[in-house]
Design a protein around this ligand. Sequence first.
Ligand code: ATP
Ligand code: MG
Length: 820
Amino acid sequence: MTQVRSYLEITGKRITSKTMPKRKSPTTETTFNEGLEVFVPDPEQVWIPGIVKTVKGSTLLVKTALQEVTVNKKYVLLRANENYINCDYLTKLNLINSAAVLNCLDLRFQQDVIYTVGGNMLVVVNPFKELPTIYEKDVLLSYTAEKSNSLEPHIYSSARAAYNCMIQHVGKGSQIIVVSGESGAGKTVSAMYLLNYLTAVSNLQTCLENSLTGSNIEKKILESNPILEAFGNATTTRNENSSRFGKFIQLHFNRSGSMKGATISTYLLEKTRVTHHNAGECNFHIFYQILQGLKQDNNNGYSLQNLCISEDMKFRILPERPGRTAEMDSKKFQNTLQALEEVGITENQKQSIFRILFGILYLCNVEFTKGHDEECAAIKNNTQTVIGINTVSEQLGIDSKRLEQVLLHRSIHSGSKAHRSMFVKPIRMEEANSRRDCLAMLLYSKLFDWLVKFINSQFQTESGKEIIGLLDIYGFECFEQNSLEQLCINYANERLQQHFVKHFLKNLQEEYIQENIGWIYTDFSDNQSCIDNLDGIPGIFSILNEEVYLNRLIDTKMLGERIVKLTQGILGGDVQNGNLTSPARNDPLLLSNQRPVNSRSFLSKQIFSSHMKHSRQKAGPEFTVKHFAGDVTYQVSALVDKNKDNIPAELESLLLSSHFDFVKQIMDISNIDLERALEELPGKKKKTVLTKFKSSLDQLMSSLNAANVHYVRCLKPNSENTPNKFDRLYMMSQLKANGIIETVKISQQGHPARFTYRNFLQRYYMILSRKKYLSKMEPNNNHLHDTNSSLDVIMENLSQQRLDIPKKSRMSATPRKVLR
Ligand code: ATP
Ligand code: MG
């Protein structure tokens, strides 16, 4: 009888990460002979195929299609058999290395095949063009069929996997699909298709149950998408439809898989976009939609005239949107109107929403000038401003004199709590500008929160126990100027990447080691140190928070120096730029090829440094963080103010004085009072934007830790968002940064399915006899012979242990191989 002997039994040693043989680079193990097929690095193609002509010590002369190159063998990768370069599962590549993975994705992309399975994740390469047939109804239905496992990888297969896991109670708690990727990589589109699938499959189930109650909720969930996109997405230089908030939808199902409710949680809307835009950036879509939409007559009675809005008014906060026509915006507006209706927004509420949006537009047209001296501002006496003040008051139902008073004065409280007195002080022009903007942002963010709350209230029909979560959070980004918004967005992406690294690359390998399963450790980039430098103590966040707590005049230069000092203290970082270094990127090949992924200013070092010089002259101190997805330089100047997010109480009470109930309603009085009360508690620190954002991400991470997580990785084939262009260098840096190659390697070497002994036996005991039968029928089938012998081992071992299998103990097995 064959015995399974563990590493411990054979060697007498327990496997630990120390005793574990470290992965050796295949190139050092390989004997390079003449004629060997290899890949050599190339500055544009990343890897090009070649054949070794001569070997001299560690130097190889390699013949490629165009030339002969001399290259050190440590920079050379082995080339896989040509038959295995296009695989729907990257784990099927017979030699996994960065060249093979890149080539495979490239080849598939050229054939318009955008989905590939990479280990435990679905890799999606954004086609930037409509692929008409792949999302059709019958394709979707084919993925709901019982035998759809054999179908091509698709976003629907990821949705199906999560749905099936939910039905079969696989994993702990709920299922969560994390869709990640840089800005413009296709997360929101993928999340939409996931939602389409899940609502469709739920509909099918509801029909089977012969109940009609479910159909309405599914429709509402789908209709919430265009609303949140209209109000929460905007055109940026990286994506025409960029999500400016994070979204986590939790779909509640009953035990038989029919959708019964949903909850949408949103993360930190980028409200500064209402009033500030860098070159090439635009405001939220809804402003453009409403303006163009209401100019048309066919809007169910809504029109600019009805709202007393002048048609030819120009708005300061609406920069031109390149490539968008009035017709497009107007059509989108029709969709948004319809979606608002579908989720149950009434006519009155719609009118009120429009009023607030126009109120914001007119408010931001109000201009200030210097008053009788430097210390006080005055309302500019121009037509635009006069119309502005009057229209804002009309649209928001507030007194125009009170509005002027609030915009031009600050309230100061003094004295003890018992004997409080309040007086008003005129403010300077700059402060008046920021008050106006603050009021606009306050209105918009409150309106957005109200919408999310309203939509949620419409979903809560019946909260199911089974949950599938879809996470679509803003992607990693890097602009010419980066501020607190980018810091938060990129920090969120670091946390998601960390979750992935920890739960897949780290824990999985440690589990193999603990279970004494023969394993060669794969090194991977861990971004923990970057996160520690951001949210740890000391860290960038703690410095920025401290400034808020101290509430002193902000000295940007000193702040910049503190951040630089911190980076030196922790890491010996670059003094001039205050660089924070994070993931270990010590692969010389990687460094020579690597280009940070996200900004044209990164295309060459030269451009990068000139950009630094330019912005330093303009914007003062800055520091660079080496994020896992690329380097980002942040300007220090506005960080503290934005982190403070100080909303003067006078602005809130101004809105609460509105004679429109809707304006008061969106202000959510109970929340304001509660927050104020909490902030006034002795010794209680004011919550900063960073503290709130971090704690919402902590919560999200706890949900992920308690769930069975499925990953969808979206990749951007080029930085110009053009179809049919696979920029290999750009793609390579994303593959490397996201750890996709390591994931595929670990998945290939590891075991795709894991069962408890008991479950395995229950499922496969019948193969024992089938295997004997097959061996007789095909005595020369070596593959069968191999799997048979490993099967023997497993089965014999299991049959020995059948009666005393510890319930929790697990074993790994490869049932796909076994069944072949
Ligand atoms: P951000 O982080 O900025 O929100 P994102 O990752 O959500 O970016 P999307 O808005 O989903 O990016 O995609 C950007 C654009 O790419 C889409 O507007 C669409 O034009 C195109 N796109 C994405 N996925 C697909 C797809 N599967 N088929 C066709 N086009 C796609
Ligand atoms: Mg998006």
